[in-house]
Each structure stands twice: as C-alpha cells, then as structure tokens.
Design a protein around this ligand. Structure first.
Ligand SMILES: Nc1ncnc2c1ncn2[C@@H]1O[C@H](COP(=O)(O)OP(=O)(O)OP(=O)(O)O)[C@@H](O)[C@H]1O
Length: 223
C-alpha cells in the first residue's frame, strides 16, 4: 500500500529546562492510502501538536515526517504551502471559515485552491452533510455544529490525499456525528485517501481501521 504519512523517531518538546515538556518522544507511525486511523490520548498528551506537525504548521526537534512522499523538513515554506493546498485537508477545532464568504463559497474555497472544484460534488457533499439549505448564509449566522459541517465539507470537497482532523465531530450530537464520520470514512475510502482523526471518543475510534494511543510521547497501537 502506498504511504500517505510516515513518521519516524519524531521528537517535539516545548519550553526549556527545567520546565521542558516532551510532547513527542521517538514517536513512529505509518498510515497508508485508504486507511483511517484514530489517535487517542489524554487531554494535553499532544494529539493536536502531532496533527499540526503533520500539516507542516509546527516545527519539530528531530525525526522525520514524510507527507505524500515528501520530507516536510526538507520542503521550504512555499513547498509546504503547496502540499497543504493540494494534498492535505485540515479540519481543526477552530473551523477557520472565511467570515466574508457564504457557505457555498466557503465549501468551494479549498477545492478551488487545489484546482479540483466540482460544483456537482460540492452539492452532493452539502446534501449529505445536511447543510444544503444553508448555502447563502455566512459563518456568523451558523451554529457551532453547522460551522463544523461546513469545515468538513470544505476539506472533503478538495479531495485531499490525507485528511487530518482534530475532534471533527466534537460539536455535533451523537447521531449527526456518526453520520458525518461515516461520510468522511466513505469518501476517504472511495478516493483512496488516508484519514487521521484525533478523538476522545472510543466509540468513534472503534469505527476506524486502526487505533493508536499517545502516552508519554509514544504512539502505541491499540486494539
Ligand atoms: N505553544 C506551546 N507552548 C508550550 N506548551 C505547549 C504549546 N502548545 C502545546 N503545549 C503543551 O503541549 C502539550 C500537548 O498539547 P496538545 O494541545 O497537543 O494536546 P492535546 O492532546 O491535543 O490536548 P486536548 O485533547 O486537550 O486538545 C500540553 O501539555 C500543552 O500544554
């Protein structure tokens, strides 16, 4: 299987002695295209930090991170930006919708940047996410859960090879969250994309192909 993400001996610390925090300590991970992986760990264990590193948004101390076959430490700022634009989809806890654009334009935003905008696909995504009626609204006119679904739609519309999602259904009720995760898993599988999902929910984690737990800086495969 083709690797979507490879992490080798990754180390990341915050602060300096004597208050140094070892967030990642020789962490290893391999995620292939078409696989979904749930990342669990206590609050403050480093899940968001790991996702930010994988997205090329956060520097790390040592080790190797390969994204879509490219070593992100070797990539300059513009190469990292190009990777984020075309190969990686981010769904973060802050939804980062563009406030001056309506839902339709927000949904198309990432796909246009990636050169993969398909209005029919966006309409289908909006329907499946239950936001088709909201296309003319602006982000400030949406609830938290509606904003979250727009952020998910915006990411999936661009058909990235790797989706990095931080608690992507955290603002949704259980039934909506399950439906949205099913959609993410289905689309990722169809597109041969990989999905890395940080979550506190063992129920959501159980729906992924693989599970790893982050504890004391190490990634441990769990059942
Ligand atoms: N910029 C920073 N400077 C110093 N420490 C930081 C910084 N960012 C994160 N940390 C620390 O790194 C650790 C990991 O934080 P991170 O946000 O990655 O955890 P998390 O597992 O995503 O937590 P949660 O589940 O609560 O979202 C925490 O102890 C946090 O306080």
């Amino acid at each position: 299987m083709t690797s979507a993400l490879t992490i080798e001996s990754l180390r990341k610390t915050f602060g300096s002695a004597p208050d140094i925090v070892h967030v990642l300590d020789n962490a290893d991970l391999e995620l292939s295209r078409g696989q979904s992986l749930a990342l669990t760990g206590e609050s403050g264990s480093g899940k968001s930090t790991l996702l930010h590193i994988c997205a090329g948004l956060e520097p790390f101390d040592s080790g190797k991170v390969m994204l879509a076959g490219q070593d992100i430490a070797q990539a300059d700022d513009s190469a990292r930006a190009a990777l984020r634009r075309t190969s990686v989809g981010l769904i973060f806890q802050q939804f980062n919708l563009v406030p001056s654009l309506n839902v339709a334009a927000n949904l198309a935003f990432q796909a246009r940047l990636a050169g993969r905008h398909d209005p029919g696909f966006v309409a289908e995504l909006a329907r499946r996410l239950g936001i088709a009626e909201l296309m003319a609204r602006y982000p400030e006119q949406l609830s938290g859960g509606q904003q979250q679904r727009v952020a998910i739609g915006r990411c999936l519309a661009a058909r990235p090879r790797l989706v990095l999602a931080d608690e992507p259904t955290g603002n949704l009720d259980e039934a909506t969250g399950d439906a949205v995760l099913d959609l993410m898993l289905e689309l990722a599988a169809q597109a041969g994309a990989a999905l890395l999902l940080a979550t506190h929910s063992t129920r959501l984690a159980a729906r992924c192909n693989l599970r790893v737990h982050l504890r004391a800086g190490k990634l441990q495969v769990s059942a």
